[in-house]
Design a binder for this molecule. Structure first.
Ligand code: SF4
Ligand code: SF4
Ligand code: SF4
Ligand code: FES
Length: 942
């Protein structure tokens, strides 16, 4: 009796949510399972195998194959166990002569419409059909293979990553349901009936021209080789697998990296992944092939001047050169003349060692992170309001939200697996408010329509959020009990007076933001009264001169309505890169140690001084923009840039180029020769995520292990290189394994004190804080009280951006991401993802295009006060008149040539989202523009 552990890998149907348990007897074994569990799942839990084909535990039961039939005492016939739910006292029989005969008959029908080429099939040994035929003891097929069947239908090879072979399809609908239930794209249908039925992607019947976003959910669900990864077809089935974490976006999907020999052949999403539960997007599932790109640099390189050619050198020579140069520069220009930039793509351990190198060895605090240019306002704002620089809830919490507000984020493109979860909740009936200058996909997509789309003018978030708060307060919709009990009431009183001022009324804001007052009021009422309300936001909130103010305004709204500290609520930043949260947690801001403790705090400093055996500078160091500024003044001469292409990601590129040119030792540590490396003196080859051990922390504070799957191509993990530079500079930094770095982080960081690799192995993942109070982590923060004590309302007066439109620059440019490319494209440009997105294009409203004589596909000049670029125009009503939009994935375009150097008042996060521009047609394709073709990724084969 009482089987609680999982005995069979695929339990057949998803778990039931009920806390009530019922006992059933299956083949004489008693098992206790939650009410609502299927008989098939209960049997699997009890270790009893029932054959199945159309059922899998990631999809709702469908009941089409009938292979899972059972006998139930007191019930007539042979019910399908996947669609039959357990009942108290139920007695089930899974095997009998009759059942076996019936199952063999079913399998016979399936096999009569299936090619008998198992030995040469790529799924041989890993095919559920083959497995079931063997299991039911099928020995002959009486029907012949001549009737109407799928056997001669052509393959669809159009998707670059997987094939569809209809001859192998058993029409089990698992792919159709995966696309519908998990991905929520609904790209697949089944046409026809009986033997003529056929899976069809879109009207053309080809994946590449359908709505398919290549997430791979259908391939994962397919029980045969009908849908199959091309890499497996080419190389055969993998022979081992290593659990690791995706290194693209901040969702942090868990994967099994499957390896054959010494080569990774497939990445399969991990069903136990806390953030993804077995789902993935095209990047994590397929676009990891950049790891094998022919462009990888695997040898250290040096040159004395950027005009000289690179020279390959040994690790020893490179490390000594860096150490000597940094020491020479410090002797000549002073100890503050060097610093480092850490990367949100690197592991926590790598980031930690870099900031330790700066503080303990360079002797200053000149360390900043690329998160400076994306989510630094999140850290600042959420710490000020709630007490912690992090999002409040876990991703799964969205399944409890009644109202979802998405502001300045495009989850289906930027955070696709979370986007799919969000769509699921919306299709279940949650209401949706979108605040965005652009009609993102969620505004209107099959089965989803935003209840409110506030299509505001770029740069007016704060005004809109204030007007929503004004509506809530003036209409008495605030949650007084929550405010009284949980918030600083003095601060609230002052804020209340401020928010009720007429300039914050929807009518006043309508004139600023261009959104009708009634829409603002409607959205505010829905957010305040629609039940549990959750906020999700992205860089469209933070990358503004008022980025921090907007984060504070979101926190105000959540506290005002009591939407913090419970499932289905919260203020949740969607972090762009895989380890933005972690790189900030690890102390890579110039003013903070790990765990967000200020360097000026003598007690904290002493803790680190004792542990590291050095004295630490009490003054905060330089932020990235200050590094450039001092470089231009001749005072900042050496920099170590870890995994970050500042020339593409920082604003005002000309200034960054001049700053880099003025330095005497620029060290770039990366896996590819990037744009920044053009101005470097030392190139240190780095490791891809498949080549190293460490941890990433995703947007929901979830720490997960990154495990080395293949050896580092360059011979050294990045933390080892940092350690050796420290040693060469005279400081004994030593670790034998990344886990020892985490042990040190845990010793010195109260929010991480309970974290260890052993625990991560055991639990799968941990959401910090993880300490004595929460030994297994904290999925939802601020439950009974805020970390800072009382929640703090902040006055959030709207101040317009200094960047204004004029007659010369009449349009506002805003930027964003696409699903198929990642950040500045260093990785994804080197993959077949270019099939979908091979150049940045400028979206322009039809009216603005017509006024300028621009047609779809024309090349246009996009000019701001800072510079100009040329790119292709795409006429689209996704943007409002007066607004243009583009992505920032391609170096040829270098969109940040045009962005300004205005930045957030509190954190210096650049204002990428508002640039006044003019757009004019150009009539010849200029040399400056290039597009990636298939040639570029030819070396990225696996
Ligand atoms: S790859 Fe994803 S989006 Fe495409 S058909 Fe399959 S499940 Fe749907
Ligand atoms: S393609 Fe695969 S998953 Fe889809 S219906 Fe055919 S066999 Fe089932
Ligand atoms: S959603 Fe993000 S973490 Fe998940 S597979 Fe895609 S890129 Fe990777
Ligand atoms: S597995 Fe139950 S009907 Fe197919």
């Amino acid at each position: 009796m009482a089987f609680v552990d999982v005995k069979i890998k695929d339990l057949g149907t998803p778990p039931a949510r009920s806390s009530k348990l019922v006992t059933v007897e299956i083949d004489g074994i008693k098992v206790k399972v939650p009410e609502g569990t299927s008989v098939l799942r209960a049997a699997s839990i009890a270790g009893i195998r029932i054959p199945k084909l159309c059922a899998t535990d990631t999809l709702k039961a469908f009941g089409s194959c009938r292979l899972c039939i059972v006998e139930i005492e007191g019930k007539k016939g042979y019910p399908a166990s996947c669609t039959t739910l357990v009942e108290e006292g139920m007695k089930v029989r899974t095997h009998s002569e009759r059942l076996e005969k019936l199952r063999r008959g079913i399998m016979e029908l399936y096999i009569s419409d299936h090619p008998l080429d198992c030995l040469t099939c790529p799924a041989n040994g890993n095919c559920e059909l083959q497995d079931m035929a063997g299991y039911v003891g099928l020995r002959e097929v009486r029907y012949g293979f001549d009737g109407k069947n799928h056997l001669k239908l052509p393959k669809d090879d159009s998707n670059p990553y997987f094939t569809f072979d209809p001859s192998k399809c058993i029409v089990c609908y698992r792919c159709v349901r995966a696309c519908d239930e998990i991905q929520n794209t609904i790209a697949l249908t089944v046409e026809g009936r009986g033997f003529a039925s056929l899976v069809k992607p879109g009207p053309t019947g080809r994946f590449i021209t359908s709505e398919c976003v290549s997430c791979g959910a259908c391939v994962f669900a397919c029980p045969t080789s009908a849908l199959m990864e091309k890499s497996v077809i080419e190389h055969g089935m993998p022979d081992r697998s290593v659990k690791t974490t995706c290194a693209f976006c901040g969702v942090g999907c868990s994967f099994n990296a499957e390896v054959k020999g010494d080569k990774v052949v497939r990445m399969v999403p991990n069903k136990e992944g806390g953030a993804n539960h077995g789902h993935s997007c095209v990047k994590g599932r397929f676009a990891w092939v950049y790891v094998y790109s022919k462009d990888r640099v695997t040898k250290p390189m040096l040159r004395k001047s950027i005009d000289e050619p690179w020279r390959e050198v040994s690790w020893e020579e490179a490390i000594n050169y860096v150490a000597n140069e940094f020491r020479r520069i410090q002797e000549k220009y002073g100890k503050y003349s060097i610093g480092a930039i850490t990367s949100s793509r690197c592991t926590n351990e790598e980031v930690y060692t870099i900031q330790k190198l700066v503080r303990a060895v360079f002797g200053n605090n000149n360390v900043d992170t690329c998160a400076r240019v994306c989510h630094s306002p999140t850290g600042y704002g959420l710490k000020a309001a709630f007490g912690t620089s992090a999002g409040t809830n876990n991703f799964d919490s969205v399944l409890f939200a009644d109202v979802i507000m998405v502001i300045g984020a495009n989850p289906t493109e930027g955070h696709p697996v979370f986007g799919a979860l969000l769509k699921r909740r919306l299709r279940e009936g949650a209401k949706l408010i979108v605040i965005d200058p652009r009609k993102i996909e969620l505004v209107k997509t099959p089965h989803i329509r935003a209840d409110y789309h506030l299509q505001l003018k770029p740069g007016t978030n704060v005004a809109i959020l204030n007007a929503m708060a004004h509506t809530i307060v003036s209409e008495g919709l605030e949650n007084r009990e929550f405010i009284e009990k949980r918030c600083d009431t003095e601060a609230y009183k002052k804020w209340r007076e401020f928010i009720l001022r007429p300039e914050n009324s929807p009518e006043a804001v309508e004139k600023i933001a261009g959104v009708p007052a009634e829409l603002i009021r409607g959205a505010a009422r829905l957010y305040a009264t629609g039940g549990r309300a959750a906020i999700y936001y992205g860089l469209g909130v933070t990358e503004h001169t008022q980025g921090t103010t907007a984060v504070l305004a979101l926190a105000n709204l959540a506290m005002l309505t009591g939407n913090v500290g419970r499932e289905g609520t919260g203020v949740n930043p969607l972090r762009g890169q895989n380890n933005v949260q972690g790189s900030c947690d690890m102390g890579s801001f110039p003013h903070e140690f790990s765990g967000y403790r200020h360097v000026s705090d003598p007690e904290v400093r002493k803790l680190f001084e004792d542990a590291w055996g050095v004295s630490i500078d009490p003054e905060p160091g330089l932020r990235i923009p200050n590094m450039w500024m001092l470089a231009l003044e001749g005072k900042f001469k050496g920099i170590y840039i870890q995994g970050e292409d500042v020339l593409q990601s920082d604003p005002d590129v000309h200034r960054v180029v001049e700053a880099l040119k003025s330095m005497e030792c620029v060290v770039v540590h990366d896996i590819f020769m990037n744009e920044t490396a053009k101005y470097a003196h030392v190139f240190l080859p780095g490791c891809s995520f498949l080549e190293k051990d460490g941890t990433f922390t995703n947007a929901e504070r979830r720490i997960q292990l990154v495990r080395q799957v293949i050896p580092p191509m360059c011979g050294k993990q990045e933390w080892e290189v940092v350690m050796e530079i420290a040693k060469a500079m005279g400081y004994n930094m030593h670790y034998n394994h990344a886990s020892e770095i985490m042990d040190e982080i845990a010793r010195l960081t109260p929010t991480f004190s309970g974290v260890s690799y052993e625990k991560l192995e055991r639990l799968g993942s941990i959401q910090w804080p993880c300490n004595e109070k929460a030994p297994e982590g904290t999925p939802i923060m601020h439950k009974d009280s805020f970390v800072r004590g009382k929640g703090m309302f902040h006055i959030t007066a709207f101040v317009p951006s200094p960047e204004r439109t004029t007659e010369r620059y009449p349009l506002l440019l805003t930027t964003g991401r696409t699903l198929f490319q990642y950040n500045v494209g260093t990785q994804t440009r080197r993959t077949p993802n270019v099939v979908w997105y091979k150049e940045d294009v400028l979206e322009i409203h039809p009216n603005d295009a017509e006024e300028r004589g621009i047609k779809d596909g024309d090349y246009v000049k996009l000019e701001s006060r800072k510079g100009w670029v040329i790119l292709k125009a795409k006429i689209s009503d996704r943007v409002a008149p007066g607004v243009v939009y583009t992505t920032f994935h391609f170096p040829e375009i270098r969109i940040n040539v045009v962005t300004t150097d205005y930045s957030d008042w509190a954190t210096n996060c650049p204002e990428y989202k508002v640039t006044a521009v003019q757009v004019t047609p150009v009539y010849q394709k200029p040399e400056l523009v290039g597009v990636y073709t298939e040639k570029e990724f030819a070396g990225a084969e696996v």
